[in-house]
Design a binder for this molecule. Structure first.
Ligand code: GYE
Length: 322
């Protein structure tokens, strides 16, 4: 009797043990530690940027990634401070959208020493040590500038005098879009850049600077090349307020292809906008997961972009996502 009781108790204990370990193992699987990513964003200077931030936040949520988001408010020192704090917090990976190309080596070395992988996104950096980041993911800005110049060469229709609204000085986006356009014009000596000023990728500054350019050059301006849609849309206000017709009196070519700009192409106020897709949160996180699994990834990954003008803007408009 006593024996039987001991055996039954032992059997129960054994069963309980198996159940408990099974449960806790299953629990481990379910509550696998979430990946923590620190993201140093430039700021919120444009519609492109807002769409990019939204893509990074929404996708993190979808994938169960904990995103620590730092808005740099258009200042490099804020971004540097954010990276330092990510290092102190011991995040699993850091994503940096560098506002300017230079000045990152010191802080990136701190991340490297802490063995935190860094993904550079959107804009490139210049560094003497390429091992300070794992990969770059973003658009090919040089190609974008080339597409604009080529489009103009074919469609300027006898117009020759160009003014340029540049993006943030020192940013990869402004540098490359400017350089590619200038290179493109070399093959078309009839096209002439008569002035070039920064509008910092912002709509209000695009308007102000265009006002000043119209005051300075008057009717001489035949073409406007803006490094992004926000500045082009600001400039359109200035052009209309000066009693001129955007898209007709002044041809307008720009970059980003935000929905509002594609609409302006349909309305005939912008003549061409080259896409720069900001919706690459999914690509960023899938790459981070590969890196954390110790897989090798390519050093540069470019997003696919296309061009919109009067031939395809109307068809594209309903499915534009940003
Ligand atoms: O074109 C502009 C934004 O770096 C690609 O920055 C980005 C640029 C984009 O403010 O609208």
């Amino acid at each position: 009797m006593k024996n039987l009781f001991i055996r039954a108790a032992a059997a129960w204990l054994g069963l309980a043990f198996v159940l408990l370990t099974g449960l806790s193992l299953a629990g481990c699987g379910k509550h696998k530690k979430a990946i923590v990513v620190g993201f140093a964003q430039t700021g919120a200077e444009s519609a492109w940027r807002t769409a990019n931030t939204e893509s990074m936040k929404a996708e993190a949520e979808l994938q169960g990634i904990i995103l620590k988001f730092a808005d740099g408010q258009s200042k490099q020192e804020n971004q540097i401070r954010a990276i330092r704090s990510f290092v102190t917090q011991g995040v699993d990976a850091i994503v940096l959208a560098p506002i300017v190309v230079t000045g990152w080596d010191v802080v990136l070395r701190e991340a490297k020493r802490a063995q935190i992988p860094v993904v550079i996104m959107d804009r490139k950096i210049e560094t003497t040590d390429e091992s300070l980041y794992v990969t770059f993911i973003g658009s090919d800005f040089y190609k974008e500038g080339t597409l604009v110049a080529d489009w103009l060469a074919k469609n300027a229709g006898g117009r020759t005098k160009i003014v340029e609204l540049q993006g943030e000085p020192g940013s990869a986006a402004a540098n490359e879009r400017r350089r590619a356009f200038a290179d493109g014009l070399k093959n078309h000596p009839e096209l002439k850049l008569i002035d070039s000023q920064t509008g910092n990728f912002r709509r209000s500054e695009g308007k102000q600077v265009m006002e000043a350019l119209i005051k300075k050059h008057g009717k001489e301006i035949e073409i406007l090349y803006a490094h992004n849609d926000d500045m082009a849309l600001g400039a359109i206000q200035a052009i209309e307020e000066a009693g001129l017709k955007p898209g007709k009196d002044i041809l307008i070519v720009t970059i980003d292809a935000i929905k509002e700009a594609v609409q302006a192409v349909v309305d005939g106020k912008i003549n061409c906008t080259v896409e720069c897709n900001p919706l690459f949160g999914p690509k960023i996180y899938s790459t981070i997961k590969q890196i954390l699994r110790k897989e090798t990834v390519e050093k540069q990954m470019y997003n696919q972009d296309e061009l919109f003008d009067s031939t395809n803007a109307a068809a594209a408009l309903p499915t534009r996502k940003y």
